[in-house]
Design a protein. Structure first.
Length: 328
């Protein structure tokens, strides 16, 4: 198998740490993989995927990284920050209208010099059309664009979490544990897809489970199965992808993508106070709250060690700071 070109961007390996006070409170050993520490400005899970996506962009001699996401997209912020770090340009197409205040991720997008187009939901969906337009616009300036899909979740980007699975294998050996589950949030599917393949490829011998923060279980099963096929065709793996279990636990989206229930904010406060770790209301707080609810209801009973992947996203907390205290 030939993995794609990779450029080293993240501070790796990230630590695997026990959450001792939370573990005592919930009667289950919970660990946290600190992928929030992959960088400062480009922190979180996206940088692992972008090591491959941008590696590919550089191999194709691109000058401008074009990508899509919500106004508070962590992926867009990481892409913009890395483009600046590498002397490239970035153009972000953000779903929605321009807010009055540039806060959180959007503040960083602006600070690092990203070009930003705000697009209403219908226009946002016309990605092929928008990309062709931007491609022609930049070509007119003698610049080559490279298209990175939402969340860098395609057969290229998912190598980031195949690689993380290999890192986790070494973490487990060092900690002397054989976890029964690796748990994460899923938003565009790439982190989960990479972890599932990595689990099989590197022989972690565990179960990978994700809580969806948008869409539903059927959507993610379909998206991830499709990415598995693209990955296998492109990189020529002998892995039997049809046999790989895609475990998505639905039911915790709450009021919608980017919107959280008071329980999620309560979990964010609990984890911050007990462990000094900051989660966000869009991804990690929602998924961690879901994990605690599953533990409380006995669904994770008998599991010896559970590893939660902290995929970052702290900047997404700032635009919602009001709700953090309203519910307290
Ligand atoms: C902080 C954070 N956690 C988790 C996710 C979900 O990862 P993925 O998009 O690979 O499913 C995202 C992005 O969607 C994210 O920004």
């Amino acid at each position: 198998m030939n993995p794609p070109a990779r450029i080293s961007l993240a501070r790796l390996p990230t630590p695997l740490e026990p959450l001792s006070r939370l573990s005592a409170a919930y009667g289950t050993r919970i660990w946290i993989k600190r992928d929030d520490l992959t960088d400062t400005v480009a922190s979180g899970n996206k940088i692992r995927k972008l090591e491959y996506s941008i590696g590919q962009a550089l191999a194709e001699e691109a000058d401008v990284l074009v990508t899509w996401g919500g106004v508070q997209s962590n992926h867009c912020r990481a892409t913009a920050a890395l483009a600046a770090r590498l002397g490239l340009k970035s153009h972000l197409v953000l779903r929605g209208s321009e807010p009055n205040e540039r806060d959180g991720n959007l503040l960083i997008d602006s600070l690092v010099g990203a070009e930003i187009t705000f697009a209403p939901p219908e226009r946002y969906q016309e990605m092929d059309h928008t990309y062709k337009h931007l491609q022609a616009q930049y070509a007119g300036q003698g610049l080559k664009t490279y298209r990175i899909p939402v969340g860098a979740s395609d057969e290229v980007g998912l190598w980031g979490y195949i690689n993380c699975a290999n890192e986790l294998k070494q973490d487990f050996e060092s900690a002397g544990i054989s976890p029964d589950a690796i748990v994460s949030a899923t938003g565009s599917g790439g982190t989960l897809a990479g972890l599932i393949i990595g689990n099989a490829l590197h022989g972690l011998n565990t179960r990978v489970v994700a809580f969806n923060v948008c869409d539903d279980e059927a959507y993610f099963k379909q998206k991830i199965s499709k990415d598995f096929i693209l990955w296998k065709d492109r990189y020529g793996s002998g892995l039997d992808i049809d046999q790989l279990p895609i475990n998505v636990i639905d039911g915790y989206v709450g009021p919608g993508y980017g919107r959280a229930t008071p329980e999620v904010f309560e979990t964010i406060r609990e984890v911050a106070r007990l462990e000094g770790i900051v989660l966000d209301p869009v991804y990690t707080g929602k998924a961690f709250n879901a994990l605690l609810q599953e533990i409380r209801s006995g669904k994770f009973e008998g599991l010896s060690d559970i590893v939660f992947i902290h995929t970052g996203g702290m900047l997404g907390l700032f635009p919602q700071k009001q709700k953090l205290f309203e519910s307290g």
